[in-house]
Design a protein around this ligand. Sequence first.
Ligand code: NI
Length: 256
Amino acid sequence: MENIFDTHAHYDDEAFNEDREELLGLLQNKGVSHVLTCGTDLMSSYRSLQLAQKYDFIYCAMGFHPEDIAEERKGDLDVIRDLLKSEPKAVAVGEIGLDYHYDDGAPREEQIDLFRRQIEMAKELDLPVIVHDRDAHEDTFNILKEMRPKGVVHCFSGSVEMAKEYVKLGFYIGVGGVVTFKNARKAVEVVEAVPVESILLETDCPYMAPTPFRGQRNDSSLISYVAEKIAEIKGLTPQEVCDITNKNAKEFLGIK
Ligand code: NI
């Protein structure tokens, strides 16, 4: 397979500290043509930008993940805004969103406030948003529907009905390793229900490795297993899935 566009990676993660250079150096030989690596707080966004500056095929998103909300200090968003404005390889605001999974997570009002401010920033800069939604489907959808940025719901875990609503609003659906899991009925139904023109491929690496690598460290080359599964569902070849979703990602991120 070639032409793989991984629209959601975390190559600044410490899981890659041992062999990052070697791994990234080999990705293009394994069919990966582009990667969007996503920051989760200010320092992680910096590190992501450095990777994008170093490697031609890597782009970055910068922003505050809802789990890292406590890391945000006054003025941080202004720093990110300035970098997004001036750095050509910084092409999206992310990873941002809502996470209601943990009872001791950040208060919902604070998450919503930061999510809204980051969407506002993205609209102002005319950049897309990379959205994280865990156990917060209603609030995430309502905010995105109201504010209408360009966006992808990464690792989409909502219902088929909600996926269709997102597509109607022009959002993309991020599909990764979960669709290959044995018990992934809902993820498979979502892929069945939405047009392939609305799908973006992603890893969320180092997490979410597809079957048969579930539980191991993930990387962008393993997207081939995700493409195979989507191809089977959609009646396409895996290469067609890579080609179409590569085009989707380029349009979405404004990459030539
Ligand atoms: Ni992520």
